[in-house]
Design a protein around this ligand. Sequence first.
Ligand code: NAD
Length: 376
Amino acid sequence: MILGILKEDSSDNRVAVIPETAAALLKLGVSEVRIEAGAGERAGYRDADYVAQGAQVTNEADVLSKSDLVVKINPLTSSQANQLKAGQMILGQYNPLTNREVINPLLDGKITAFSLDMLPRTTRAQASDVLSSMATVAGYKAVLVAASEFVGFFPMFMTAAGTIKPAKVLILGAGVAGLQAIATAKRLGAVVEAFDVRTAAKEEVLSLGAKFVDVEGAQESAAAGGYAIEQSEEFKQRQAEAVHKHASMADIVICTAQIPGRRAPVLLRKTTVDAMKPGSVVVDLAASTGGNCEVTENGKSIYYNGVKIIGDSSLPSSVPRDASAMFSKNVLNFMKILAPKGEAVLNFEDDIVQGTCITHQGEVISPRLKTLMASA
Ligand code: NAD
């Protein structure tokens, strides 16, 4: 199999495969690794580094025409997609549950597309889990962004000029990003509280030294595969009151709550932002799926009533070297399952291959995506 790597769009500094992984793919049995010139540059990987690891540096058209499998984190542009032939494979993170527009061109072009965000959340799949990797980066960076925008310090300071109280940080959603945000905020010396609807999250929050905000009556479902589900209106009201109370005392709110395939839950209402202290900061990682904060504008930083609200779901691109290294390792681990000897074996009996395959020969394969499309 020839594996090709495309340069990401100008809005994303990452690269899907780093030089070290190119060498590992060749060792696995992939016959050639071809990469678009400059693909790794913004992430700190030079073309010469790829060549040193046995890859061939070439241009976009060559990657698209010669590769059996094209790897790009973001969806291919329409011009790139138009250059693909039926039967070619692509691999990335296309978020088809929320970006439905990616699906039809893949069906029409009879492209075999694998989207790593569709992995089942199982122990075996963990090593390929790009959602966890990127959530780790985003949760960490969200706190650093908040700290640099905040009008005060994070840690407590006891100086001759007086004592400064530590910042109060509220984290909404204690999944992978939220837990990483807690750990980072604690390292910076803040007092941290967190909130989630999954009972399992409570223990994890406490183990990181943060306080858990309890709201009774959250619903969970074993069928959701460890994810959160939509909550009742009654619970939402109670939750809004709890968030209001804690957010109005907080200096920083980090929003990370998501529900797969749905709009992100609104947890921080406009009336709550009205009650927040001027100079406080909200970083909304759920911005691209509607935001947890009612005032968030996706891709923008705005001031609302003296509160800075940063709507950014693309923070992994701002730590491009390590985010690429993690993504790349996930790609390699997935390739060990998809192509154990370097040639793709389309074993749809395997839940990882089936779960991530969004389209093949003009049909949707992923059961999760099929169900969602049928219910739409
Ligand atoms: P996610 O990005 O879908 O959501 C982030 C967090 O928001 C979750 O903890 C979720 O419970 C929470 N949330 C959703 N709606 C909420 C609401 N209304 N109010 C408050 N919080 C809300 O989730 P994630 O970080 O990707 O992880 C979800 C689960 O999957 C976790 O249990 C995690 O431990 C598990 N997980 C398993 C694997 C694996 O086994 N391969 C890998 C990663 C994560």
